[in-house]
Design a protein around this ligand. Sequence first.
Ligand code: NI
Length: 174
Amino acid sequence: MAVLQIRHMGNPVLRKKAKPVSELTGEIDKLIEDMTETMYINQGLGLSATQVGVLKRIIVYDNVEAGYGMDPQALMNPEIVAAEGIVKDEEGCLSIPEIKDIVERSEKITLTGIDRSGKDVKIEIEGLLARIIQHEIDHLDGILFVDRLGAVKKNLALSRWKKVKKELEAEKSA
Ligand code: NI
């Protein structure tokens, strides 16, 4: 396994639309393993292939209901086919470190996709897990959680991010 480099907001790859995966190849299997390791080492709840610079519709996430780190999951071509309810809660993103804000999401979603073993699945999920997956699917469409904030909050988040980004760059070059 390998830890991959996570792209930060400002990198154009995060704004691109990812392409569907046609089959579970050895290469994709390896990518999923590396993405999972990258997610856990960065203490994330989920990660999309887009964030590691690969424009394929693949997400990994932690099954928070099983306890952190206990049940890593992956989905290819995830698609929300039904959604109900609205909930607000705090979100962050490994591509926008240190920035957090309250985001509105569907409470419950029905999801289709291909699981880790290459099988077509249809699952119903709610709560935090539903939030994580909606956030990751957004990444596959080039959407970041700050895009879902109102204009004032978004601008605030962007200016905070500008500062954080500068600090991170200074750390890297020090
Ligand atoms: Ni994210």
